[in-house]
Design a protein around this ligand. Sequence first.
Ligand code: DQA
Length: 146
Amino acid sequence: MANFLLINGPNLNLLGEREPEIYGSTTLADIESALKLAAQGYGHLLDCFHSNAEHELVERIQQAAGQDLASIIINPAALGHTSIALRDALLGSGVPFIEVHISNIFSRETFRHHSYLSDVASGVIVGFGVRGYELALSAAMEYASQ
Ligand code: DQA
């Protein structure tokens, strides 16, 4: 049994209503419950956390350091493009993490092309819509069993 943590950053609480042509119609609650079920199906546990506030995300990642987590799956949203604090928190936690972006950030505005997390992530999943979360969980589970 392994423990995983799913973290979603600013504005992802609006999935389903926010720019549906980019992010689709699935809500964050749908994503979280599907991922929890998928993890449970393999005998694992997945905890979920969302915040619009950078400091709350940093605090949750700091807590994660002591929680025997196999991996964090994180969609940092816009903070991926701006936040050295999030990068430092993830590095400081010592927990491997997978970065997810629903949209293909490389086909969008140039300010979305850089992420402060990608070079220190175990892997990055970009542009597969909300299916990217399932792909990340699947990779995280495989990684945990190695
Ligand atoms: C996003 C991409 C970011 O550029 C954007 O700020 C988001 C969502 C994505 O999942 O595609 O809020 O992380």
